[in-house]
Design a protein around this ligand. Sequence first.
Ligand code: NAD
Length: 590
Amino acid sequence: MTQSIEKVGIVGCGTMGSGIAEIVARHGHQVHFVEVDDRAVEAGLERIEGSLERQVSREKLTSDDRDDIRGRISGSTAFEDLSDCDLIVEAVPEVLSLKQEAFKRIDEVAREDTIVATNTSSLPVMDIAVHTRRPNRVLGFHFFNPAPVMKLIELVRTVVTDEDVVNNARVFAESIGKSPVVVGDRRGFIANQLLFPYLNQAIGMVETGYATKEDIDHAMRFGAGLPMGPVALVDLVGLDTMLGIMNAIHSQFQDTRFAPQPILKQLTAAGFRGRKDGRGFYSYEEPGSSRTLPDDDIRAPADPDTIAAWRTIGVLGTGTMATGITEVCAKAGYDVIVRGRSKEKAEKVAASVSKSMQRMVEKGRMSEEDMVAALARIKPTSELEDLAPSDLVIEAVAEDLAIKKDLFSDLAPILREDAVLSTTTSSLPVIECAMVTDRPDRVVGLHFFNPAAIMKLVEIVPTVRTEDVVLEQARAFVDKVGKVGVLCPDRAGFIVNTLLFPYLNDAVKMLESHYATAEEIDKAMKLGAGYPMGPFQLIDIVGLDVTLAIIETLHREFKEPSYAPAPLLVHMVSAGYLGKKAGRGFYVYT
Ligand code: NAD
């Protein structure tokens, strides 16, 4: 039977509680929240008003609607004020004892038929439900941040939640414009169990100094197409909240990867809990603001004078990456010598670039004149010696260390002394390529992303031997070809693959454990975390074989037990289900 939900109570009006109040009131419901003291009530109302005001100023809301919404929301410190609510959502901090205490108090005042929900991100709903006299009417109602915007709601059913409670919650979630998935009571549910280990790992990279927070955020935005970088996302989520989530996930799965990075504890203890405090990993203009203040991490811009004399780029290879890189360099005004194992193969690269540029001309993104000039700059060859005039050579042949090393050792004696050598490897050690040359100090990794003509990111990978001036030249070159460069030392996976592929592997393991279907997991990551596609859609596009190879490389490099490839992934590759290219991967393609 569908139970009508008119009035909604909220306990805790912080980041999430205020967002929940707003979205619920916006759909015509009366909302009352309770907070710890009068100051917190005031702060809660101000947060809601601030958010409504921003929407009025962006013309997303009229001032009449704002007044109506605001008029439906009240706050107090008295739990008794929740006695006439049909649904109560608890959103106090992610600490089990606080939630249990809040539930006891809710239980004392709520009507018998009231549905009581927790917005916990990771704590066992059952451990909270048993602190009421109605565990059968308790469920998880997990909104995502920002609650008014993100579409996903994870409805968490415990072993005792009544079916009608789940159904009513589902109907209510849909009525406020959300898209629910129903899941079992496991820590982190779908989205957070997949998202937070990745966030934790990203913070680990900052903490150990592998890369700066800005570079990590840029890498994931421009290399993986995510709407927000992981470090900025942690600031939005709240470091204390993340700490609670990591501890909860760790206590269930006992995997060291889930142990919260120590820096989270330190910043939280210092009162730097993220955007809500005006400072977390980044510093913000004011508490609650999304505008960051500049800090010491920001590098000085690269100096274009270091490559002012560069005219010619050599590209080694004729595959997808070599073609994209050729296009990028020719567009930027360089002469490009493309060397393939045969002249025909090298000419095919020029032909592909020509096709791609013609499409751009048709779409009005390039002038006919620029296209003709750029194409005239591409010189296909099969002779290694023809690369002699290059200022920089970018190697983009098969991902095989022996082949790359052979090429590097043959090529180096041909080049001028001051020429720079680079590889676009995504996982092999750059230093091994450098050491077979006569100039290990002038070798650097330049990891472009596929399709290179479109993807903005280049991971710039200095080895322990790379000279500073070469690193500067690499940075200036990446700027000159219109890409976003990030710096990361020479180790397998660099930033993007190290952060992306364990997450994909975790998703396969979740599917394998029958916790959720591929469709549900994809939906959770798209609607809950704003990912442009779900992990299974992405694996199908990347190819299951490629995904497996990268995970195996990471596993070999880091010896991290949980990087062991998911058996399901291995079996699917053996079965030839390689993804879109094979017509079948996690989905079937016609
Ligand atoms: P927050 O720190 O921003 O807000 C918590 C609020 O609860 C504070 O205003 C605090 O004063 C109030 N509070 C504390 N004890 C209380 C009590 N006994 N009674 C009434 N109010 C009390 O935290 P948040 O980020 O809003 O997180 C709240 C819950 O939502 C947590 O369980 C968290 O895991 C979950 N959640 C958070 C996010 C996120 O991105 N921040 C996303 C989804 C779910």
